[in-house]
Design a protein around this ligand. Structure first.
Ligand code: PLP
Length: 464
């Protein structure tokens, strides 16, 4: 039974949405060469493209914007951010930056050696990119349970400890630059990491003298899952769980555009290593600007320190993750195949199961995203072979292990009716699934093609 947890807020400011017709949308897609990144956001009714930087700030955050101190050095907002991070995470040193990838760019050169390996429960794209840019090889040891999309497992974001140990034993700890724990595990579907798993990773790291960096975009959602799924933590607060979790790390990077509910912002924090902090400061100035603003306006820093606390409110998290669970439950009841259980920030629809007649190289995940747009003006994106792209050497299309269409949910933005419309749209598409055709790429750039590629449907009438 699907249960919608009511909003723990009321609406003070609204942003009008434009409604388009099915005919409009078919024309819009044709003009955009069937690439959802190429359409105007004004032509989107419900935007599930990403939960990054798309949240609605609170009246308190907007008030923070108004009192923001724009001093070049020593601004009040900086001190507020430092105090909030020390209070929540228990880390000594704090460096704001303009977004998550900037945190990676500034911090990673301190650890990562050329010719080494870097290990994660699963690197996020930009994190993986920065590891590679520094000449290290990123290795993912996501637990095997995450690969079985239909079966319940409470912590599909976990690191496979056996694989981690076996790898270090085989290659030697001196060949490993760093361990990165991504919470929640974004690329595995926003799936959480358990406290036990984090403790186990800490043990391995200590045994081999390795450092752990926590990639922290959805730290509060992860703590919510620990509270609800790991028995020993049922009576602990989100703050207590967060503090314990971070006690097992050495440093963190954070995209504050997710759980800290700001439109732009990021953080680096270091538990106690002063030399690491000196290196971070030295690297911040040429890349992000002076240390007390780190690429952000003073007002952004105010909104960030307030958002960190709001994102940890249990009532908020229960409502937010409740939206995803509600939608997931309705979809499962209707027989629409999804990654189960749902993650914290998104619903992943299994497009391979929905369109068994569309092969990986005709992009079922992308076909479903386009179909959702045609059906109801909903924007989502492919997480599958279309996004993965071609082999760097052979230029041949790589086959992704799973073909998902991701519906990432902005924070505090959409209401129950929006989710009901989404469920109805997916049900309607399921009814006519066999008529939906695959797509062919007519133009693509060399890398990161999903942002700009041109496509065409393989059967024109199929989308009408
Ligand atoms: C979004 C994200 C990043 C990158 O952050 P940006 O703010 O987009 O630069 C890094 N890691 C994870 C897990 C993320 O979700």
């Amino acid at each position: 039974m699907a249960n919608y947890i009511p909003e723990p807020f009321k609406i003070k400011m609204v942003e009008p949405l434009k409604k388009t017709t099915r005919e409009d949308r078919i024309k819009i897609l044709e003009k955009a060469n069937y690439n959802l990144f190429a359409i105007d956001s004004d032509d989107v009714y419900i935007d599930f493209l990403t939960d990054s930087g798309t949240g609605a700030m609170s009246d308190k955050q907007w008030a923070g914007i108004m009192v923001g101190d724009e001093s070049y050095a020593g601004a009040r907002g900086y001190r507020n951010v430092v105090a909030a991070v020390q209070d929540i995470f228990g880390y000594t040193y704090v460096q704001p930056v303009h977004q998550g990838r900037a945190a990676e760019k500034v911090l990673f050169p301190y650890f990562i050696k050329k010719g080494s390996y870097s290990i994660s429960n699963m690197f996020f794209d930009t994190t993986r990119g920065h590891v590679q840019l520094l000449g290290s090889r990123p290795i993912d040891f996501t637990c095997d349970e995450s690969k079985d999309t239909g079966n319940y497992y409470p912590f599909k974001g976990n690191m496979d400890i056996e694989k981690l140990e076996a790898f270090i034993d085989e290659y030697g700890a001196d060949k490993v630059s760093v361990i990165v724990m991504t919470i929640t595990n974004n690329s595995a579907g926003g799936q959480p990491v358990s406290m036990q798993n984090m403790k186990d990773v800490r043990k391995v790291a200590d045994k081999h003298g390795l450092k752990i960096v926590i990639d922290s975009a959805r730290f509060a959602e992860n703590a919510y899952f620990i509270k609800n799924r790991e028995e020993a933590y049922a009576d602990k607060s989100i703050m207590e769980i967060t503090k314990e979790f971070y006690s097992y790390g050495d440093a963190f990077t954070m995209s504050a555009k997710k759980d800290a509910i700001v439109n732009m912002g990021g953080l680096i924090a270091i538990k106690e290593d002063e030399a690491m902090y000196e290196a971070v400061k030295a690297n911040t100035i040429p890349n992000e600007g002076f240390v007390t603003y780190g690429g952000l306006a003073g007002r952004d820093l105010e909104a960030l320190s307030i958002g960190l606390y709001e994102g940890m409110s249990y009532e908020f998290l229960e409502y937010r993750i409740g939206q995803i669970e509600y939608t997931g439950d309705l979809l499962r009841e209707a027989g629409v195949p999804i990654q189960y259980p749902v993650g914290g920030h998104a619903i992943f629809v299994d497009a391979k199961a929905m369109f068994p007649h569309i092969p990986y190289n005709e992009f079922p995940g992308h076909a479903l995203a386009l179909e959702l747009y045609i059906e109801a003006g909903i924007r989502s994106c492919d997480i599958g072979s279309y996004m993965l792209g071609n082999d760097a050497e052979t230029r041949e299309q790589i086959e992704a292990p799973t073909e998902f269409t991701r519906l990432a949910v902005p924070r505090r933005v959409y209401t129950q009716a929006h989710f009901d419309i989404t469920v109805e749209a997916l049900k309607a598409i399921k009814e006519r699934a066999s008529e939906v055709s695959g797509y062919r790429i007519t133009w693509e750039p060399k890398i990161m093609r999903h942002f700009t590629a041109h496509l065409e449907p393989l059967k024109k009438e199929a989308t009408v």
